[in-house]
Design a protein around this ligand. Structure first.
Ligand code: KG4
Ligand code: ZN
Length: 334
């Protein structure tokens, strides 16, 4: 039986990644080259620089991933690539590289949605059963997605302002941590001995949407108040209050969605899924309620090409290929 080996490419933001994935579940190689060191001095990702770095790195990464996997190009079944959403210039580099490779080797091309990739990272660690609810939390996304069937997505809630990771990074910046600040806030929150209680934005009672900008403003004003009073740093208690507020809302809505839609499972994914507090709270609440929970290891939560190979495999089995004139789409919908 031909399970299919896909070469997958991901360049939607500041990671250049190439992977080889067999059967949508088995990683043969998954190489990630991060540009974080380059962007850190600017306090965030600079799109022009991201594109240029992708150009410099992509061919080397494709060669290295093939070498590491020991797969001969003639044994590949298709080339998968993130078509969107993301930074348009960054996406374009991956799309052009994938097209060229597909054309040269006469392989089918499979354009893939970045969020479908984050969700199907879970297929690399366990079995996805349907219907399923995915909580997607990253620097650019905060979504609750209902997976009705394999490859059929319905967004039931999303952020109305900042993405979770974005809120983390802005709060971290106000507390003078370098970019990306999420992991620093996570660590600080765990060190806290007190909690500076902050508001939770539940929105309308039946809504699965999120809002983090009010919370972010509350954090910034709490920081300013203590500065003005010349008080000692209250960083840990504020970080803890912020983190508890974010996690309580995310976990409560995710669990409610599982119940309402009769989901058999909760999938956590995206860069913020690396958050210790979020993992602990979801593990505890799902445990109490008997909800099976999948959380990929950190390396598969942050941007990587293996997740794109996993999501693209569904399309490969159905022969849903993309034309060679496929365009990168920064606003691609799920
Ligand atoms: O998925 P990802 O690698 O890139 C995007 O597609 O956005 O997510 C990166 C985001 C950043 O905002 C980063 O601060 C956040 O994930 N992040 C965290 C943690 N680790 C990474 N946020 C909170 N706690 C963490 N431990
Ligand atoms: Zn991402």
């Amino acid at each position: 039986e031909d399970t299919g080996i896909l070469l997958a490419v991901e360049t939607s933001c500041d990671e250049t990644s190439v992977a080889l994935v067999r059967g949508g579940t088995e990683i043969l190689s998954n190489l990630v080259s991060s540009q974080i060191e380059t962007h850190r001095q600017f306090g965030g990702v600079v799109p022009e620089i991201a594109s240029r770095k992708h150009v410099e790195t992509i061919t080397l990464m494709m060669e290295a991933a093939l070498r590491e996997s020991r797969v001969a190009p003639r044994d590949l079944s298709a080339v998968a690539v993130t078509q969107g959403p993301g930074l348009v210039g960054a996406l374009l580099v991956g799309v052009v590289a994938a097209k060229s490779f597909a054309m040269a080797l006469d392989l089918p091309l499979i354009g893939t949605h970045h969020i479908a990739g984050h969700i199907y990272a879970n297929a690399l660690i366990g079995e996805i059963v349907y219907p399923s609810i995915a909580l997607v939390v990253s620097g650019g996304h905060t979504e609750l997605v209902l997976l009705e069937r394999e490859g059929v997505f319905r967004i039931i809630g999303r952020t109305r302002d900042d993405a979770v990771g974005e809120a983390y990074d802005k709060v971290a910046r106000a507390l003078q941590f370098p970019y990306p600040g999420g992991p620093h806030i996570d660590r600080l929150a765990h060190e806290a001995t007190e909690v500076n209680e902050l508001p939770r934005a539940w929105l309308e009672p039946d809504s699965y949407d999120f809002s983090f900008s009010g919370l972010k403003s509350a954090v910034l004003s709490a920081i300013n108040q203590s500065k003005m009073k010349g008080e000692p740093p209250v960083r840990p208690s504020i970080a803890r209050g912020f983190q508890e507020s974010v996690i309580d809302v995310l976990a409560t809505k995710a669990v409610r969605a599982v119940r309402e839609f009769g989901a058999k499972q909760l999938l956590l994914c995206g860069g913020v899924a690396a958050n210790r507090g979020l993992r602990e709270t979801l593990t505890a609440r799902c445990g109490e309620q008997g909800i099976p929970l999948l959380i990929p290891p950190n390396a598969l939560c942050t941007d990587n090409a293996a997740m794109i190979g996993a999501a693209a495999h569904l399309k490969w089995t159905r022969q849903q290929f993309s034309p060679l004139d496929m365009k990168a789409d920064p606003a691609l919908s799920l």
